[in-house]
Design a protein around this ligand. Structure first.
Ligand code: AMP
Ligand code: MG
Length: 406
Protein backbone atom coordinates (compact mmCIF):
# COMPACT_ATOMS: atom_id res chain seq x y z
CA UNK A 1 0.00 0.00 0.00
CA UNK A 2 1.12 3.55 -0.79
CA UNK A 3 0.90 6.33 1.73
CA UNK A 4 -1.01 9.40 0.65
CA UNK A 5 2.21 11.42 0.61
CA UNK A 6 3.92 8.89 -1.65
CA UNK A 7 0.93 8.92 -3.98
CA UNK A 8 0.96 12.74 -4.11
CA UNK A 9 4.69 12.83 -4.75
CA UNK A 10 4.29 10.45 -7.71
CA UNK A 11 1.43 12.42 -9.09
CA UNK A 12 3.09 15.80 -8.76
CA UNK A 13 6.33 14.61 -10.27
CA UNK A 14 4.41 13.40 -13.33
CA UNK A 15 2.07 16.32 -13.96
CA UNK A 16 3.43 19.45 -15.66
CA UNK A 17 1.54 22.72 -15.82
CA UNK A 18 -0.43 23.37 -19.01
CA UNK A 19 1.63 25.52 -21.34
CA UNK A 20 -1.18 27.70 -22.65
CA UNK A 21 -2.07 30.93 -20.92
CA UNK A 22 -4.70 33.50 -21.69
CA UNK A 23 -5.37 37.12 -20.96
CA UNK A 24 -8.72 37.65 -19.25
CA UNK A 25 -10.51 40.68 -17.92
CA UNK A 26 -9.97 41.09 -14.17
CA UNK A 27 -13.78 40.98 -13.95
CA UNK A 28 -13.74 37.42 -15.31
CA UNK A 29 -10.73 36.07 -13.47
CA UNK A 30 -12.15 34.81 -10.18
CA UNK A 31 -10.97 31.26 -9.44
CA UNK A 32 -8.33 31.34 -12.17
CA UNK A 33 -4.60 30.88 -11.50
CA UNK A 34 -2.12 33.62 -12.38
CA UNK A 35 0.43 32.58 -14.98
CA UNK A 36 2.31 35.85 -14.46
CA UNK A 37 2.73 37.84 -11.28
CA UNK A 38 1.15 41.28 -10.97
CA UNK A 39 3.48 44.18 -10.24
CA UNK A 40 2.52 47.68 -9.20
CA UNK A 41 3.82 50.76 -10.96
CA UNK A 42 2.43 53.10 -8.34
CA UNK A 43 2.26 53.58 -4.61
CA UNK A 44 -1.03 52.67 -2.94
CA UNK A 45 -2.30 54.90 -1.53
CA UNK A 46 -0.70 57.29 -4.03
CA UNK A 47 -0.47 60.13 -1.48
CA UNK A 48 -0.89 60.61 2.24
CA UNK A 49 -4.62 60.87 2.82
CA UNK A 50 -7.07 61.30 5.65
CA UNK A 51 -8.71 58.26 7.21
CA UNK A 52 -11.36 60.42 8.95
CA UNK A 53 -13.72 63.27 8.31
CA UNK A 54 -12.24 66.12 10.37
CA UNK A 55 -9.55 68.81 10.25
CA UNK A 56 -6.01 68.69 8.91
CA UNK A 57 -3.62 70.83 10.94
CA UNK A 58 -0.08 71.18 12.31
CA UNK A 59 0.50 69.75 15.73
CA UNK A 60 2.84 72.67 16.47
CA UNK A 61 -0.21 75.00 16.29
CA UNK A 62 -2.21 73.06 18.89
CA UNK A 63 -0.30 72.92 22.17
CA UNK A 64 -3.43 72.69 24.29
CA UNK A 65 -6.98 71.40 24.01
CA UNK A 66 -9.45 74.11 23.01
CA UNK A 67 -7.12 75.98 20.61
CA UNK A 68 -8.93 77.98 17.93
CA UNK A 69 -7.71 77.81 14.32
CA UNK A 70 -8.97 79.55 11.19
CA UNK A 71 -10.46 77.10 8.68
CA UNK A 72 -8.73 78.29 5.51
CA UNK A 73 -9.82 75.61 3.02
CA UNK A 74 -12.09 72.64 2.43
CA UNK A 75 -10.77 69.41 0.84
CA UNK A 76 -13.27 66.68 -0.16
CA UNK A 77 -12.06 63.26 -1.40
CA UNK A 78 -10.76 63.49 -4.94
CA UNK A 79 -9.73 67.15 -4.57
CA UNK A 80 -6.33 68.63 -3.84
CA UNK A 81 -5.86 71.40 -1.28
CA UNK A 82 -3.35 74.24 -0.95
CA UNK A 83 -0.28 74.11 1.31
CA UNK A 84 -1.46 74.65 4.88
CA UNK A 85 -0.51 78.09 6.24
CA UNK A 86 0.74 78.17 9.88
CA UNK A 87 -2.09 78.81 12.32
CA UNK A 88 -4.79 77.45 10.02
CA UNK A 89 -6.68 74.19 9.63
CA UNK A 90 -8.26 72.54 6.56
CA UNK A 91 -11.68 70.95 6.68
CA UNK A 92 -10.94 67.48 5.25
CA UNK A 93 -12.90 64.32 4.40
CA UNK A 94 -12.01 60.64 4.40
CA UNK A 95 -9.80 59.72 1.45
CA UNK A 96 -8.80 63.33 0.64
CA UNK A 97 -5.13 64.04 0.12
CA UNK A 98 -3.51 65.63 3.18
CA UNK A 99 -2.32 69.13 2.23
CA UNK A 100 1.43 69.87 2.40
CA UNK A 101 2.34 71.24 5.81
CA UNK A 102 -0.33 69.36 7.76
CA UNK A 103 0.93 66.56 10.00
CA UNK A 104 -2.22 65.27 11.72
CA UNK A 105 -5.96 64.93 11.32
CA UNK A 106 -8.34 65.56 14.19
CA UNK A 107 -11.66 63.80 13.75
CA UNK A 108 -14.71 66.05 13.54
CA UNK A 109 -16.22 64.48 16.68
CA UNK A 110 -13.36 66.05 18.67
CA UNK A 111 -13.78 69.52 17.14
CA UNK A 112 -16.34 72.28 17.32
CA UNK A 113 -17.03 74.25 14.14
CA UNK A 114 -17.51 77.96 14.89
CA UNK A 115 -18.19 79.77 11.61
CA UNK A 116 -14.81 80.27 9.91
CA UNK A 117 -12.96 78.80 12.84
CA UNK A 118 -12.64 75.46 14.55
CA UNK A 119 -12.05 74.71 18.21
CA UNK A 120 -9.77 71.69 18.46
CA UNK A 121 -10.81 69.65 21.48
CA UNK A 122 -7.62 67.61 21.94
CA UNK A 123 -3.84 67.80 21.63
CA UNK A 124 -3.10 65.84 18.45
CA UNK A 125 -0.25 63.41 17.93
CA UNK A 126 1.85 63.77 14.77
CA UNK A 127 0.64 61.38 12.05
CA UNK A 128 -2.71 60.59 13.59
CA UNK A 129 -5.49 59.50 11.19
CA UNK A 130 -3.18 59.79 8.22
CA UNK A 131 -2.87 56.85 5.83
CA UNK A 132 0.65 57.00 4.50
CA UNK A 133 1.55 56.99 0.86
CA UNK A 134 2.59 53.44 -0.09
CA UNK A 135 1.49 51.89 3.21
CA UNK A 136 -0.44 49.21 1.28
CA UNK A 137 1.73 48.82 -1.84
CA UNK A 138 5.07 50.34 -2.78
CA UNK A 139 5.69 51.09 -6.45
CA UNK A 140 7.61 48.23 -8.08
CA UNK A 141 6.40 45.58 -5.64
CA UNK A 142 4.84 42.33 -6.80
CA UNK A 143 1.36 42.33 -5.28
CA UNK A 144 0.24 38.91 -6.55
CA UNK A 145 2.62 36.08 -7.33
CA UNK A 146 2.48 33.73 -10.26
CA UNK A 147 0.53 30.63 -9.19
CA UNK A 148 -1.97 32.59 -7.06
CA UNK A 149 -5.52 31.37 -7.32
CA UNK A 150 -7.60 34.52 -7.67
CA UNK A 151 -10.00 35.16 -4.81
CA UNK A 152 -12.34 38.15 -4.89
CA UNK A 153 -9.94 40.08 -2.66
CA UNK A 154 -7.03 39.26 -5.00
CA UNK A 155 -9.06 40.69 -7.89
CA UNK A 156 -9.55 43.84 -5.84
CA UNK A 157 -5.81 44.00 -5.23
CA UNK A 158 -5.08 43.67 -8.95
CA UNK A 159 -7.58 46.43 -9.67
CA UNK A 160 -6.04 48.64 -6.96
CA UNK A 161 -2.80 48.77 -8.95
CA UNK A 162 -4.63 49.39 -12.22
CA UNK A 163 -4.58 45.88 -13.73
CA UNK A 164 -7.69 45.57 -15.94
CA UNK A 165 -6.63 42.22 -17.44
CA UNK A 166 -4.61 39.32 -16.04
CA UNK A 167 -2.56 36.52 -17.56
CA UNK A 168 -3.89 33.21 -16.27
CA UNK A 169 -3.41 29.53 -17.06
CA UNK A 170 -5.87 27.99 -19.42
CA UNK A 171 -8.72 26.28 -17.61
CA UNK A 172 -8.03 22.54 -17.40
CA UNK A 173 -10.60 20.52 -19.34
CA UNK A 174 -11.75 17.60 -17.27
CA UNK A 175 -13.82 14.70 -18.60
CA UNK A 176 -16.01 12.99 -16.04
CA UNK A 177 -17.88 9.71 -16.16
CA UNK A 178 -19.49 7.40 -13.64
CA UNK A 179 -19.43 3.63 -13.91
CA UNK A 180 -22.00 1.30 -12.40
CA UNK A 181 -24.95 -0.61 -13.84
CA UNK A 182 -26.89 0.14 -10.66
CA UNK A 183 -26.85 3.88 -11.36
CA UNK A 184 -29.90 5.83 -12.47
CA UNK A 185 -30.28 9.55 -12.92
CA UNK A 186 -32.47 11.79 -10.82
CA UNK A 187 -35.04 13.26 -13.14
CA UNK A 188 -35.02 10.22 -15.40
CA UNK A 189 -36.33 7.76 -12.85
CA UNK A 190 -38.68 8.85 -10.07
CA UNK A 191 -37.98 7.41 -6.58
CA UNK A 192 -41.15 5.26 -6.67
CA UNK A 193 -40.12 3.78 -10.03
CA UNK A 194 -36.62 2.70 -9.05
CA UNK A 195 -35.97 -0.88 -10.05
CA UNK A 196 -34.63 -3.21 -7.34
CA UNK A 197 -30.93 -2.72 -6.84
CA UNK A 198 -30.82 0.72 -8.42
CA UNK A 199 -29.39 3.82 -6.74
CA UNK A 200 -29.15 7.40 -7.86
CA UNK A 201 -25.90 8.62 -9.36
CA UNK A 202 -24.82 11.09 -6.72
CA UNK A 203 -21.10 11.12 -7.51
CA UNK A 204 -21.77 12.74 -10.84
CA UNK A 205 -23.13 15.79 -9.07
CA UNK A 206 -20.52 15.91 -6.32
CA UNK A 207 -17.57 15.49 -8.69
CA UNK A 208 -18.87 17.86 -11.32
CA UNK A 209 -19.44 20.47 -8.62
CA UNK A 210 -15.92 19.99 -7.30
CA UNK A 211 -14.37 20.25 -10.77
CA UNK A 212 -16.26 23.44 -11.51
CA UNK A 213 -15.59 24.90 -8.09
CA UNK A 214 -11.87 24.61 -8.80
CA UNK A 215 -12.12 26.70 -11.94
CA UNK A 216 -12.03 23.83 -14.44
CA UNK A 217 -14.23 23.06 -17.40
CA UNK A 218 -16.16 19.81 -16.87
CA UNK A 219 -17.08 17.66 -19.86
CA UNK A 220 -19.60 15.29 -18.39
CA UNK A 221 -19.91 12.00 -20.26
CA UNK A 222 -22.59 10.57 -17.99
CA UNK A 223 -22.89 6.92 -17.00
CA UNK A 224 -20.85 4.18 -18.63
CA UNK A 225 -22.02 0.55 -18.36
CA UNK A 226 -19.93 -2.02 -16.49
CA UNK A 227 -18.42 -3.58 -19.63
CA UNK A 228 -14.85 -3.55 -20.80
CA UNK A 229 -15.61 -2.46 -24.37
CA UNK A 230 -17.93 0.34 -23.25
CA UNK A 231 -15.35 1.54 -20.74
CA UNK A 232 -12.57 1.53 -23.35
CA UNK A 233 -14.76 3.42 -25.76
CA UNK A 234 -15.63 6.03 -23.11
CA UNK A 235 -11.95 6.48 -22.26
CA UNK A 236 -11.01 7.04 -25.91
CA UNK A 237 -13.74 9.60 -26.26
CA UNK A 238 -12.79 11.31 -22.98
CA UNK A 239 -9.12 11.56 -23.92
CA UNK A 240 -9.89 13.70 -26.98
CA UNK A 241 -9.81 17.33 -26.03
CA UNK A 242 -9.49 16.83 -22.27
CA UNK A 243 -6.46 17.20 -20.04
CA UNK A 244 -7.68 14.88 -17.32
CA UNK A 245 -10.25 12.10 -17.09
CA UNK A 246 -11.92 11.58 -13.72
CA UNK A 247 -14.12 8.55 -13.14
CA UNK A 248 -15.95 7.10 -10.18
CA UNK A 249 -16.47 3.44 -9.37
CA UNK A 250 -15.24 0.27 -11.02
CA UNK A 251 -11.72 0.74 -9.79
CA UNK A 252 -11.42 -2.15 -7.34
CA UNK A 253 -10.19 -5.57 -8.41
CA UNK A 254 -13.57 -7.33 -8.74
CA UNK A 255 -14.81 -9.00 -11.92
CA UNK A 256 -17.18 -6.09 -12.48
CA UNK A 257 -14.42 -3.53 -12.17
CA UNK A 258 -13.28 -2.75 -15.69
CA UNK A 259 -11.46 0.52 -15.38
CA UNK A 260 -8.04 -0.84 -14.66
CA UNK A 261 -7.90 -3.24 -17.62
CA UNK A 262 -9.54 -0.62 -19.82
CA UNK A 263 -6.95 2.05 -19.01
CA UNK A 264 -4.22 -0.55 -19.40
CA UNK A 265 -5.46 -1.31 -22.89
CA UNK A 266 -5.84 2.36 -23.83
CA UNK A 267 -2.72 3.70 -22.21
CA UNK A 268 -0.90 3.06 -19.00
CA UNK A 269 -2.14 2.63 -15.46
CA UNK A 270 -0.62 2.77 -12.03
CA UNK A 271 -2.98 1.10 -9.57
CA UNK A 272 -2.75 2.42 -6.06
CA UNK A 273 -3.94 0.93 -2.85
CA UNK A 274 -3.62 4.04 -0.74
CA UNK A 275 -3.39 3.62 2.97
CA UNK A 276 -6.23 6.03 3.69
CA UNK A 277 -9.77 5.62 4.90
CA UNK A 278 -12.11 6.31 3.26
CA UNK A 279 -10.80 5.87 -0.24
CA UNK A 280 -8.39 2.96 -0.53
CA UNK A 281 -8.43 2.06 -4.24
CA UNK A 282 -7.37 4.68 -6.75
CA UNK A 283 -6.00 4.41 -10.25
CA UNK A 284 -3.70 6.94 -11.85
CA UNK A 285 -2.43 6.81 -15.38
CA UNK A 286 -2.80 8.11 -18.86
CA UNK A 287 -5.00 7.43 -21.86
CA UNK A 288 -3.55 7.77 -25.39
CA UNK A 289 -5.05 10.11 -27.92
CA UNK A 290 -5.12 9.54 -31.66
CA UNK A 291 -2.25 12.02 -32.13
CA UNK A 292 0.06 10.17 -29.75
CA UNK A 293 -0.32 12.64 -26.86
CA UNK A 294 -2.24 11.55 -23.79
CA UNK A 295 -4.78 12.67 -21.19
CA UNK A 296 -4.18 12.04 -17.52
CA UNK A 297 -6.51 9.58 -15.85
CA UNK A 298 -7.66 9.39 -12.23
CA UNK A 299 -10.09 6.67 -11.23
CA UNK A 300 -11.81 7.32 -7.91
CA UNK A 301 -13.63 4.76 -5.77
CA UNK A 302 -17.40 4.53 -6.13
CA UNK A 303 -18.48 5.05 -2.55
CA UNK A 304 -19.78 8.61 -2.36
CA UNK A 305 -17.71 9.73 0.64
CA UNK A 306 -14.60 8.00 -0.73
CA UNK A 307 -14.85 9.73 -4.07
CA UNK A 308 -15.47 13.10 -2.41
CA UNK A 309 -12.51 12.77 -0.04
CA UNK A 310 -10.10 11.31 -2.59
CA UNK A 311 -11.02 14.12 -4.96
CA UNK A 312 -10.08 16.70 -2.34
CA UNK A 313 -6.89 14.92 -1.35
CA UNK A 314 -5.60 13.75 -4.72
CA UNK A 315 -7.47 15.21 -7.70
CA UNK A 316 -7.43 18.76 -6.39
CA UNK A 317 -3.61 18.87 -6.16
CA UNK A 318 -3.48 17.49 -9.71
CA UNK A 319 -5.82 20.22 -10.96
CA UNK A 320 -3.78 22.84 -9.14
CA UNK A 321 -0.58 21.46 -10.65
CA UNK A 322 -2.08 21.58 -14.16
CA UNK A 323 -2.74 25.29 -13.58
CA UNK A 324 0.70 25.92 -12.16
CA UNK A 325 -0.53 26.67 -8.63
CA UNK A 326 1.67 25.42 -5.82
CA UNK A 327 0.01 22.22 -4.63
CA UNK A 328 1.34 22.08 -1.09
CA UNK A 329 -0.34 20.05 1.60
CA UNK A 330 -3.57 21.72 2.75
CA UNK A 331 -3.13 23.72 5.94
CA UNK A 332 -4.33 21.81 8.96
CA UNK A 333 -5.53 23.59 12.10
CA UNK A 334 -4.91 22.15 15.54
CA UNK A 335 -8.33 21.92 17.15
CA UNK A 336 -9.69 20.17 20.20
CA UNK A 337 -11.54 16.90 19.74
CA UNK A 338 -14.79 16.93 21.68
CA UNK A 339 -15.20 13.21 20.98
CA UNK A 340 -13.49 9.89 21.58
CA UNK A 341 -12.16 7.66 18.81
CA UNK A 342 -10.94 4.66 20.73
CA UNK A 343 -10.54 2.16 17.89
CA UNK A 344 -8.51 3.84 15.13
CA UNK A 345 -7.87 2.15 11.80
CA UNK A 346 -4.45 0.98 10.67
CA UNK A 347 -4.84 3.39 7.76
CA UNK A 348 -4.66 7.18 8.01
CA UNK A 349 -8.27 8.25 8.52
CA UNK A 350 -10.20 11.31 7.43
CA UNK A 351 -13.04 11.60 9.91
CA UNK A 352 -16.00 13.81 9.09
CA UNK A 353 -16.40 16.39 11.82
CA UNK A 354 -17.98 19.74 12.46
CA UNK A 355 -16.74 22.70 14.49
CA UNK A 356 -18.85 23.66 17.46
CA UNK A 357 -19.21 27.11 18.98
CA UNK A 358 -16.86 26.22 21.81
CA UNK A 359 -14.01 25.85 19.31
CA UNK A 360 -13.98 22.06 19.43
CA UNK A 361 -14.85 19.34 16.94
CA UNK A 362 -17.88 17.05 16.94
CA UNK A 363 -17.73 13.70 15.18
CA UNK A 364 -20.43 12.50 12.82
CA UNK A 365 -21.62 9.24 14.41
CA UNK A 366 -21.60 7.14 11.22
CA UNK A 367 -18.23 7.21 9.45
CA UNK A 368 -19.16 4.67 6.75
CA UNK A 369 -17.85 5.60 3.31
CA UNK A 370 -21.34 5.27 1.86
CA UNK A 371 -22.95 7.77 4.22
CA UNK A 372 -22.94 11.04 2.31
CA UNK A 373 -24.80 12.73 5.14
CA UNK A 374 -21.50 12.85 7.03
CA UNK A 375 -19.96 15.06 4.35
CA UNK A 376 -22.93 17.42 4.27
CA UNK A 377 -23.30 17.64 8.06
CA UNK A 378 -19.54 18.07 8.46
CA UNK A 379 -17.51 21.14 7.60
CA UNK A 380 -14.23 19.28 7.33
CA UNK A 381 -12.26 16.24 8.36
CA UNK A 382 -9.84 15.26 11.07
CA UNK A 383 -6.65 13.98 9.46
CA UNK A 384 -5.87 11.18 11.90
CA UNK A 385 -2.55 9.30 11.64
CA UNK A 386 -2.74 5.53 11.31
CA UNK A 387 -3.39 3.68 14.53
CA UNK A 388 -3.86 6.81 16.65
CA UNK A 389 -6.66 6.76 19.20
CA UNK A 390 -8.30 10.08 20.05
CA UNK A 391 -9.56 11.00 23.51
CA UNK A 392 -11.76 13.99 24.33
CA UNK A 393 -9.57 17.07 24.76
CA UNK A 394 -6.78 15.94 22.41
CA UNK A 395 -5.58 18.39 19.78
CA UNK A 396 -6.10 16.98 16.31
CA UNK A 397 -5.43 18.14 12.74
CA UNK A 398 -8.53 19.67 11.16
CA UNK A 399 -8.85 20.28 7.40
CA UNK A 400 -11.82 22.41 6.46
CA UNK A 401 -13.78 21.71 3.30
CA UNK A 402 -13.92 25.46 2.70
CA UNK A 403 -10.16 25.69 2.57
CA UNK A 404 -9.88 22.62 0.37
CA UNK A 405 -12.19 24.27 -2.14
CA UNK A 406 -10.83 27.80 -1.87
P1 AMP B 1 -17.52 0.42 -6.91
O1 AMP B 1 -16.35 1.28 -6.61
O2 AMP B 1 -17.96 0.52 -8.34
O3 AMP B 1 -17.34 -0.97 -6.44
O4 AMP B 1 -18.72 1.03 -6.05
C1 AMP B 1 -18.66 1.06 -4.64
C2 AMP B 1 -19.98 1.51 -4.07
O5 AMP B 1 -20.24 2.84 -4.49
C3 AMP B 1 -21.16 0.71 -4.54
O6 AMP B 1 -22.04 0.57 -3.45
C4 AMP B 1 -21.77 1.56 -5.60
O7 AMP B 1 -23.14 1.31 -5.76
C5 AMP B 1 -21.51 2.94 -5.10
N1 AMP B 1 -21.41 3.89 -6.21
C6 AMP B 1 -20.64 3.72 -7.31
N2 AMP B 1 -20.78 4.74 -8.15
C7 AMP B 1 -21.67 5.59 -7.58
C8 AMP B 1 -22.23 6.83 -7.97
N3 AMP B 1 -21.89 7.41 -9.14
N4 AMP B 1 -23.13 7.44 -7.16
C9 AMP B 1 -23.44 6.85 -5.99
N5 AMP B 1 -22.93 5.69 -5.56
C10 AMP B 1 -22.06 5.03 -6.35
MG1 MG C 1 -19.21 -0.51 -9.57
Amino acid sequence: MLTLDEALARLLSAIRPLAETERVSTFEARGRVLAEGVRSSLDVPPQDNSSMDGYALRCADVREAGTLLAVAQRIPAGHVGQPLQPGTAARIFTGAQVPPGADAIVMQEQCEALGDEVRVGIVPQPGQWIRRRGEDVVSGAEVLAKGTRLTPQALGMAASVGAAALTVSRRPRVALFSTGDELVMPGETAPERMRPGAIYNSNRFTLRGLIEALGCECNDLGIVPDRLDATREALRRAAQGNDLIVTSGGVSVGEEDHLRPAVQAEGRVDYWQMAIKPGKPLAFGEVRRADGSHAWFMGLPGNPVSSFITFLLVVRPALMALQGAPAGAPRALKLRADFDWPRPDKRREFLRVRRNEAGGLELFPNQSSGVLTSAVWGDGVVDNPSGQAIAKGDLVDFLSFAELLA
